[in-house]
Design a protein around this ligand. Structure first.
Ligand code: SF4
Length: 351
């Protein structure tokens, strides 16, 4: 089982961001860090979670590094007995707030992986995206994480922005590769409703060729691709758990949870979450919905899909895809050979 903690605060809002995060609710931080403990206590008891059974904890946001590291201590004290001895404990962090002392305290609490929201090392591109750090701040933050002894470090890089050229992306990758990291997440910019970028036609570079070249360069640089957006010599246990459809506990405002055939949705709004941190909407997934999800997740990643779960019709479609060399069979699983086409392949397979 996996655990996810959501921190819905940011110091400023990036121009493209539709995540559940707020840059104007800092006075609520302290009470929020208390409410998550109420929810965690309930979840641990109510779901009858065995001690040492959580293989991963992921603190995401938002910006986890905009919360004082000491304020995580009660949360870690509660969850520690339930973490397996080798649990992957990841926190996301933004370069300007992940100070050496923040990183040091998080490491002391048990964090062994940090995923930095870098996006680029180009000052103009960072300003265009509305990021509040500079290239040198990003370099220092990653180096500081390494210095305090956090083993697994990742940086997010963004592509498909109007600023991107092959030269710029090559340079972003060159700088990233000189850092002590073992993982890169590369995301395409997308235009989301209710963001300053939405509806603008001067923000994207939708070149598929550029995207494919960038992905190929990351692999060539020594970071094998294991999902459409994820590359690494180290492959995140948490990510892989999601794609394997493992159960996960969601803690915090808007932190979705999943248990067997149910998905749980707490309210996104911090103020509503405060009223009752235990309240959530439940969605019951049908066998068919779970089956389709398994196929989509498996084809987006190196998890693949068990051939035995396919219906006779899907097996016929898989035979066509195998013949066209879009899929390959290894052992009892089918694997996708082109992650950029994963959704199209999944649609064909399940039609
Ligand atoms: S730091 Fe991340 S979560 Fe916060 S506004 Fe920027 S993209 Fe969104």
């Amino acid at each position: 089982m996996l655990a996810y903690l959501h921190i819905p605060f940011c110091d400023s809002k990036c121009h493209y961001c539709a995540f559940n995060s707020y840059d104007n609710k800092s006075p609520l931080k302290k009470a929020y860090m208390s409410a998550i403990n109420d929810q965690l206590r309930f979840e641990l008891e109510h779901r009858v979670i065995d001690t040492q059974s959580l293989t991963s904890l992921f603190i995401g946001g938002g910006t986890p590094s905009c919360i004082d590291a000491a304020w995580y201590e009660p949360f870690f004290a509660l969850i520690a007995p339930y973490l397996s001895p080798n649990a992957e404990i990841t926190t996301e962090a933004n370069p300007h707030s992940a100070t050496p002392s923040w990183l040091q305290t998080m490491r002391t609490l048990g964090v062994n992986r940090v995923s930095f929201g870098v996006q680029s090392f180009n000052a103009q591109k960072l300003a265009f995206l509305g990021r509040n750090h500079t290239p040198s701040t990003a370099l220092r933050a990653v180096e500081n994480a390494f210095k305090v002894g956090i083993e697994n470090l990742s940086v997010d890089l963004m592509y498909a922005t109007a600023h991107d050229t092959k030269a710029l992306l090559d340079e972003d990758l060159r700088i990233a590769c000189a850092l002590p990291i073992n993982h890169i997440s590369a995301y395409a910019l997308t235009l989301e409703e209710n963001t300053p970028f939405f509806g603008r036609n001067d923000t994207l570079n939708p070149s598929e060729e550029l995207a494919r070249t960038f992905a190929a360069s990351i692999v060539e640089a020594g970071f094998p691709q294991y999902e459409i957006s994820n590359f690494g010599r180290y492959q995140s246990r948490h990510n892989t758990g999601y794609w394997l459809h493992e159960n996960y506990m969601g803690i915090g405002a808007g932190a979705v949870g999943f248990f067997n055939d149910r998905r749980f949705y707490p309210p996104n709004q911090i103020e509503t979450y405060f009223q009752n941190p235990l309240a959530k909407r439940t969605e019951i997934l049908s066998t068919e919905e779970l089956h389709v999800e398994k196929i989509f997740l498996g084809l987006r990643s190196n998890v693949g899909i068990l051939t035995s779960i396919l219906s006779p019709r899907e097996r016929e479609n898989a035979a066509i895809l195998l013949q066209e060399k879009k899929l390959v069979t290894i052992g009892d699983r089918l694997f996708n050979l082109d992650y950029f086409l994963s959704d199209e392949i999944a649609l064909f397979l399940t039609r």
